[in-house]
Design a protein around this ligand. Structure first.
Ligand SMILES: [Zn+2]
Length: 288
């Protein structure tokens, strides 16, 4: 798991200007007031809280890549298979990563690819792509040519929300025990369907996951240091109860279930960029 991408950095340009950039967008889309209630602690069950098989595997809640800790145990299938089907999209979403990037530009035959790269924002709401490591020289040539087409894939919303459903559900179980009832049965059914899909591209659409209230905190520091904190968000008239994952992502415990609400299908990022004259700079600060 690569967690070396910085959360924020400053680059001093050769003309003396300093460019600040951050993985968090400067203007939060909604302002919500959050009340932190209590830290949720580790709790073990004999049976997997998701499917009821013997709980054999240590489970990080939220995923380790988000800073989660071993909080409970699940069965091997709910740990590995469900995780591999939905959690990569969650950590890509959490890290603002664009995957399957393709660059095309004048004078270069065909498209050139890079590994996943983080999208960073400047205070003026411009964006910066953080290219690091071994970059195809043709991409550097395209950047110098001044005009490039960039295509990439954003994380799948249905899958990253199913991962959020898994981790908020596990947080509920840690707090209150494994719940009985139709609502909890529905959550478990959707999680097991995602787990048992033929592959991650076959994970079924979950209106339940799509109906969760998800609010991401984009501030410079996390709201809590504990990985799991029970919290209430005041967004509209009704307070919404849920869990704050990794001090940054609030997920409601109930879903405004809407079978017609589809995931955002437009995962394809396609931009034309006019690149100015390259300016070299020195990185002056990096925050994790
Ligand atoms: Zn299980």
């Amino acid at each position: 798991m690569n967690r070396q991408e910085p959360g924020a950095m400053s680059v001093e340009l050769s003309d003396g200007r300093v460019l600040h950039m951050s993985t968090t967008r400067p203007k939060p889309s909604a302002s919500a007031r959050i009340t932190l209630l209590e830290t949720i602690t580790r709790r073990l069950f004999d049976d997997c809280p998701i499917c009821g098989d013997p709980a054999t595997n240590e489970e990080h809640v939220p995923p380790a890549a988000m800073g989660g800790e071993k909080m409970t145990r699940t069965c091997a299938a709910c740990n590995h298979r469900l995780g591999s089907h939905v959690e990569a999209d969650l950590t890509d979403w959490y890290d603002n990563l664009i995957t399957l990037l393709r660059f095309t530009g004048p004078g270069i035959q065909g498209a050139r690819r890079t590994a996943r790269i983080p999208l960073m924002w400047t205070p003026e709401d411009g964006f910066a792509l953080l290219l690091s490591g071994n970059i195809d020289p043709a991409i550097e040539e395209m950047l110098r040519s001044g005009e490039i087409e960039l295509a990439g894939l954003l994380p799948d919303e249905n899958r990253y929300r199913l991962a959020l459903l898994k981790h908020s559900y596990l947080a509920v179980c840690l707090q209150f025990g494994i719940l009985e009832g139709a609502d909890s049965d529905h959550v478990r059914r959707d999680l097991i369907a995602a787990r048992d899909a033929a592959g991650r591209m076959n994970v079924p659409h979950s209106p339940l996951a799509m109906g969760l209230t998800v609010i991401r905190h984009n501030g410079a520091t996390a709201l809590a240091s504990a990985p799991l904190v029970r919290a209430i968000v005041h967004l509209g008239e009704e307070p919404i109860e849920g869990v704050l994952l990794a001090g940054r992502v609030f997920v409601s415990w109930s879903s405004t279930f809407n079978p017609d609400q589809g995931p955002d299908q437009n995962r394809h990022l396609q931009v034309s960029m006019q690149v100015g004259k390259p300016i070299s700079g020195t990185v002056t600060s990096v925050d994790p």
